[in-house]
Design a protein around this ligand. Sequence first.
Ligand code: S3P
Length: 448
Amino acid sequence: MSAHGQPFSMTARRSGPLRGAAEVPGDKSISHRALILGALSVGETRITGLLEGQDVLDTAEAMRAFGAEVTHHGPGAWSVHGVGVGGFAEPSQVIDCGNSGTGVRLIMGAMATTGITATFTGDASLNKRPMGRVTDPLALFGAQAVGRAGGRLPLTLVGAADPVPVRYATPMPSAQVKSAVLLAGLNAPGQTVVIEREATRDHTERMLAGFGAQITVEDGAEERTITLTGQPELVAQDVAVPRDPSSAAFPVCAALMIEGSEITVPGVSQNPTRNGLFATLVEMGAEIAFDNPREEGGEPVADLRVAHGPLKGVEVPPERAASMIDEYPVLAALAATAEGATVMRGVRELRVKESDRIAAMARGLEACGIRIEETEDSLTVHGTGAGGVPGGATVQSHLDHRIAMSFLCLGLAARAPITVDDASPIDTSFPTFGALMQGLGALIERAD
Ligand code: S3P
């Protein structure tokens, strides 16, 4: 269960127009949940289109450690023989979730109401991230966590043998926290309620309903209330994982940056809790068509058609943050090529992702010759427009796949090449990134 391979650097150079179809991999959020819900179900869950990035592979390994039978049949095709709600066995080894906040937080939730103990760890990035946001609500069920200062990993969680249901208002917009509480609620008697002030990605709610749980969602004017009835029998399902809009964002933004580009990105999830980036791109003046809207694997999907055109900077409203949270790094890169300033407010949560993404983008953009302004919860990027991004820098990825991919995309449009010091984290979410971008005509290659 290693998090990453050996570090290696990559360089992106100014490229001609990108052309062709970008078949991005399966959605990371849905892939984690398919494995975890499969493991908590009775019977055999069959999954197609699973993302085979390291984050998800680590979750698959963890589900084996908790007693589920997880089998790889072919590219993207997996099956999970579940142990049922409350059926997790105590793992005999430390659970290594690598780089994945989603993996560790959801798995902690899933085991917190079972009378077993497990110890979790991760890579240098994950071991810096706050876990108290999950272990605090899990303590309300009766689970006990002992971790490092600030609740950080490595951490041991003693599950509640006699859990009680919980009513919890999430203090920050976080689908991981919401999901951890809901997964813990599965093995508590009675009703577990999660209240969120801003809607975050709703895959857990959709998929729990699909696996047979009784779950209701009430959309109020001020908040969203999710009520789950505990101790259901989850029934194994066939899950077709749609393509990841957060991965689609990279070829889409690269095509928007490079003159003459025209690409398609088929079958991308258009879940409204995930599509804030596309709304922002359209406001910037991007030409994007959403063809053949349809439903796949319980999610709305469409085929995207994207053509380059001049873009202008915009103010991204803070209320859009939850629906485009993972896309700010690549938006910041794109904004560097637009005319005028792009202001991103209400993005405090970016500071506790795989890296401090506000700082990582700010330092990297400055190194590439872009003027930025940074506050605790905002980033402003002053685009160069027709003048062009100078580039010609080596930037640090800070063990963050999205920082690495964002700067490689920017390097395709910059006047001088951009090198990313360590591109190995890309493997966590988008192992085919380099080959896919090269297939579209991008000049990206390993630098060492
Ligand atoms: C995710 C939720 C988001 C997102 C992450 C995936 C999920 O994190 O940034 O990449 O699958 O639930 P937060 O819940 O911390 O906002």
